[in-house]
Design a binder for this molecule. Structure first.
Ligand code: OAD
Length: 314
């Protein structure tokens, strides 16, 4: 029987040195960002994972850029939640704790997670790189939003003032101007397919400033692409260094390899596993045992709670 007992978990946590965490989109759900699978997994009529491929970019770079520009915008407007801060605090207190994140939203970084203890498995929304075969251009920490004017999220025009017979044309125009000036324009939710989204000409998409030829693309790992080899090598070396005490698996459906494979690898190095997930069935590719823990609920609430014995109140 898998435990959900915070007391036994806390005891084990206090005695743990080498700890690894694997994070997925669920940790950022409490910050208002949609996950890939389940509710929120559709972007317009597309499965979000359909748009995350080199083939999708090749065929429809404008659609894929609209998707990623929207995600950049959402991530920039979201704030890290207590789970991000709790893990950052654990990392500051324990230099032998490493976090592997599948998230590209930058929220762990913005919670001041020590960067040398945070390993990005799937890249970062705020890195862009040239798609030309001959060009190696990339730039990091590009937080411009929109990255090019054509990718600005379209806005609703304010409602025109009600028509009234007793207004002169001049007065009507003035009250329209006033309404326009109130800043009440609201962003359209372009993740909803009922909102029309015009195709964009290639010239309007982000281009490489160096070779001037290639389109820029988001610096994330797409399906079918290799994960960054320096990250994989680092994690392999870290795992080989010795026994692992604890593996935290937070807010991931554990469906995507190789990331999901780290849980069983950690187990084979002695780790006890603790899963935090909204869905009690998403416990990873292997079976949890009576030595493990499963905490079901919102990571934003549960992570600070289960780490409290070591990090204190967040
Ligand atoms: P998924 O969308 O597959 O899974 C999100 C997980 O978070 C699910 O298990 C949910 O039950 C859980 N969840 C949702 N809300 C939660 C909350 N408030 N608290 C805790 N858990 C919650 O996302 P990932 O596992 O991250 O890859 O997906 C892995 C990879 O597949 C992504 O990095 C992305 C995607 O396609 C690429 O783009 C390469």
């Amino acid at each position: 029987m898998v435990s959900s007992d915070v007391r036994t978990f806390s005891e084990h946590l206090k005695g743990s040195k080498r700890i690894m965490a694997l994070l997925g989109a669920g940790i950022s759900a409490a910050s208002g960002l949609p996950t890939f699978r389940g509710a929120g997994g559709l972007w317009r009529s597309y499965d979000a994972t359909e748009l995350a491929t080199p083939e999708a970019f090749e065929a429809n770079p404008d659609l894929v850029w609209q998707f990623y520009s929207y995600r950049r915008h959402m991530a920039l407007n979201a704030k890290p939640n207590p789970a991000h801060y709790a893990l950052a605090e654990l990392a500051k207190r324990n230099k032998e704790f490493i976090t592997l994140t599948q998230n590209v939203d930058g929220l762990s970084q913005r919670a001041n997670h020590p960067l040398d203890q945070l390993h990005l498995l799937h890249g970062n929304l705020f890195t862009v790189k040239c798609t030309s075969f001959y060009c190696n251009y990339f730039r990091e920490n590009d937080f411009t939003d929109p990255i090019v004017p054509a990718l600005a999220i379209p806005k609703n025009l304010p409602e025109p003032p009600p028509y009234s017979d007793d207004k002169t044309a001049e007065e009507a125009s003035e009250s329209l101007q006033n309404a326009m000036g109130t800043g009440e324009q609201t962003e359209l939710d372009i993740s909803d397919e009922r909102i029309p989204l015009a195709p964009l000409e290639r010239e309007l998409l982000p281009h490489c400033p160096e070779c001037k030829e290639g389109l820029l693309r988001p610096g994330v790992v797409w399906f079918g692409e290799a994960l960054p080899s320096h990250t994989l090598d680092f994690v392999d070396d870290w795992m080989k260094e010795g026994r692992i005490d604890l593996m935290l698996v937070i807010g991931t459906s554990s469906r995507v390899m190789p990331a999901a494979g780290y849980t069983e690898m950690a187990r084979s190095k002695g780790a006890r596993i603790a899963v935090v997930n909204m869905d009690g069935k998403d416990t990873g590719p292997g079976k949890l045992t009576s030595q493990d823990w499963s905490f079901q609920g919102d990571a934003g609430v549960l992570v600070p709670e289960i780490l409290k014995s070591v990090i204190g109140e967040i």
